[in-house]
Design a protein around this ligand. Structure first.
Ligand code: AMP
Length: 615
């Protein structure tokens, strides 16, 4: 196999792809690169998404473009806006070290004037969807007369989407002397016609025939009610303790929202989307690659440059519109000999679309039940036990503490010690999922309402506890917390007394009145949680209150009061507290390799059929 360097790529391109982590060419690149570099012959390449086809045509074209010449040298046509943007983004990364090089993407559904401005500022390559490209040609805003390369990417898709006429019209506006590169997964009759009409003696190469999804991926789906999408996602994650995966969302806003909610709920996650700067994106990708992050919530475009072979799961928070996007997403797992799961959260309305997708990608989707609380707890429990068993003992360090540790456990039996150790970690799941409703799509509307109400109440309570960094739980839902916002004239406080201590608003008021004699600050909202509480007090009394709290006692315990962040109106919880406690203490936030106790390798290697069915 030749290396990229041996193929004759210039140093500017080599350095860029090296940065992207491309070491060896993929099969389609190995076949296409030399042909495009060495001859002007037209080319038909059969390659499916995920094979590295974008680089297969982009790298040799970029290698030959002379940026000192004016005008567009290459036009790439792609069936969808999403794919077009991805290609343009890829070309941008491949060409980042080529001085003066510019690529512009043009596509429908976006402001045409800014696209015209971009073209008029000068560019070497245009990537466009057929409709918008033709529109620009008709407006005399896109001149393809100097084009040396024409790329038809996913040509079969373009034809099946009804772009045949547009393609005809676009191609008629390109010079005769050019190299046409047609990439496609299949060769439908229309395409044979198209190639005969517009290509001269094309050379055919192939790196796999039909557009098929990867065979090492199991395609599963949960049938959900739309409003249960988020709780269902959490269950998918909770039932797979060793998960290392990407959650794909359709928009930047959705990506942000899901990542934010998961973070608030204590999951080890971050978001990757187009609103982040390149440096921020690199940072997030770096964390995910080195497994400091267990879950990445991403848009398709943003996740393009990310190549990780060991992903156990891809979760489609929503089904993408394009089949190719689904293939691309799911193809991110089940790589390098590993098995993977592609799980889609699907509403009843989308099932028809799923059947169509099955046909297109040649794979069956299996419906699996959304796990119930018992199944999740069982999974978490045995994972915990496995992790304890696999944990290496740091002999020299722990030995010196052992006598004291034994002394502390002296009174307890071995069984009791085991129970307690396991419970410290496990209780949070047990508690959260106690009485957890069945989220599987049910036709009984009233039952669904009841379930949701129960879920919301439970989530609200736990979410607030998590705000304090309490070890109690995960899974808070922000809906409840939206109800009230700390007023500007109030300060919010945390107090270490909760329902379990027999604490209630009356006791709190009594304590304040008796210990802050001579002062009568206004008291705002009081929230009594299980283990602790929050209350609001008129601003300006913090020092008095803290002084007074030194003398407070309740239920045999010293009372501790601390100032807390104001309660937000739109969710988001108590950031200071969350940063301090929740992330560190959440069941999933232990961070990276160590936290999973070697689980990652097990996760990627042991997804046998049995395990998957229990998903
Ligand atoms: P594509 O088929 O163009 O959609 O590419 C699929 C994925 O493979 C993209 O994320 C590319 O960044 C990546 N890729 C392309 N070529 C290589 C290579 N030679 N080595 C590693 N990754 C690659």
């Amino acid at each position: 196999m030749s290396t990229f360097k041996e193929m004759g790529l210039k140093s500017e391109i080599l350095s860029a792809i090296e940065e992207l982590g491309y070491v060896n060419p993929t099969k389609i690149q190995e076949l296409a690169l030399p042909k495009i570099l060495e001859s002007k012959q037209d080319l038909i390449a059969f390659a499916q998404t995920g094979t590295g086809k974008t680089a297969a045509f982009s790298l040799p074209v970029l290698n030959q473009i002379d940026t000192s010449k004016k005008g567009i040298k290459c036009i790439v046509l792609s069936p969808t806006r999403e794919l077009g943007l991805q290609i343009a983004q890829d070309i941008k990364s491949y060409s980042k070290n080529i001085p003066g090089f510019k690529v512009v993407a043009v596509y429908g559904g976006a402001d045409i004037t800014s696209q015209i401005r971009n073209i008029e500022r000068g560019c070497d390559v245009v990537v466009g969807t057929p409709g918008r490209t033709l529109d620009l040609i008709k407006r005399n805003r896109l001149n393809l007369e100097g084009v040396e390369f024409l790329v038809l990417d996913e040509a079969d898709e373009m034809l099946s989407m009804g772009f045949a006429e547009d393609l005809d019209a676009i191609l008629a506006n390109t010079p005769k002397e050019k190299q046409t590169l047609l990439f496609s997964a299949t060769m439908p009759p229309d395409m044979v016609k198209l190639s005969r009409k517009y290509m001269t003696d094309p050379l055919e190469i192939s790196a796999g025939s039909k557009q098929e999804a990867n065979t090492s991926v199991t395609h599963l789906y949960y049938k959900i009610n739309n409003r249960d999408r988020y709780p269902a996602l959490k269950r998918a994650v909770d039932v797979a303790p060793d998960i290392y995966g990407i959650i794909f969302c359709r928009t930047r806003a959705e990506t942000k929202e899901v990542a934010e909610r998961l973070s608030e709920d204590g999951y080890n996650t971050d978001a990757l989307h187009g609103d982040l700067s390149q440096a921020q994106r690199d940072h997030v990708m770096g964390k995910f690659r080195n497994r400091s992050l267990q879950l990445l919530v991403a848009t398709d475009v943003a996740a393009r440059g990310l190549d990780v072979n060991e992903l156990t799961h891809v979760i489609n928070f929503k089904l993408p519109d394009e089949d190719a996007v689904y293939v691309h997403r799911s193809g991110r797992t089940g790589r390098a000999g590993n098995e993977g799961i592609s799980l889609t959260l699907l509403t009843g309305n989308e099932e028809k679309r799923l059947r169509y997708l099955e046909k297109k990608i040649g794979r069956k989707f299996e419906r699996v039940d959304i796990p119930n609380g018992k199944e999740i707890c069982e999974k978490q429990l045995f994972n915990l036990i496995d992790n304890i068993k696999e944990t290496e003992i740091a002999n020299s360090h722990i030995d010196s503490f052992l006598p004291q540790i034994y002394e502390k456990f002296e009174e307890m039996s071995k069984e009791e010690v085991i129970k307690k150790i396991v419970s410290t970690e496990f209780n949070r799941f047990l508690e959260y999922y106690r009485d957890a409703p069945d989220l599987n799509k049910t036709s009984d509307k009233r039952e669904r309402e009841r379930n949701r109400e129960r879920d919301n109440n439970r989530d609200s309570d736990r979410g607030n506890r998590r705000d304090r960094g309490d070890r109690g739980d995960r899974g808070g839902d922000r809906r409840e917390r939206r109800e009230h916002k700390t007023a500007d004239n109030m300060t919010r406080y945390f107090i270490n007394q909760g329902k379990k201590d027999g604490f209630n608003p009356k006791i709190l008021m009594g304590m304040i009145n008796s210990h802050m004699e001579g002062k009568s600050p206004e008291i705002g909202q009081i929230e009594i949680m299980k283990m602790f509480s929050f209350f609001e007090m008129e601003k300006g009394y913090t020092a008095d209150l803290q002084r007074a709290s030194k003398n407070m006692e309740h239920n045999g315990r010293d009372v501790s009061i601390e100032e807390s962040s104001p309660k937000p109106s739109g969710g988001g919880g108590d950031r200071r507290d969350r940063n301090r406690g929740d992330r560190d203490r959440s069941p999933r936030s232990g961070g990276g390799k160590d936290h999973r106790g070697g689980g990652s390798s097990r996760a990627s290697g042991s997804h046998g059929a049995k395990r998957r069915r229990r998903f």
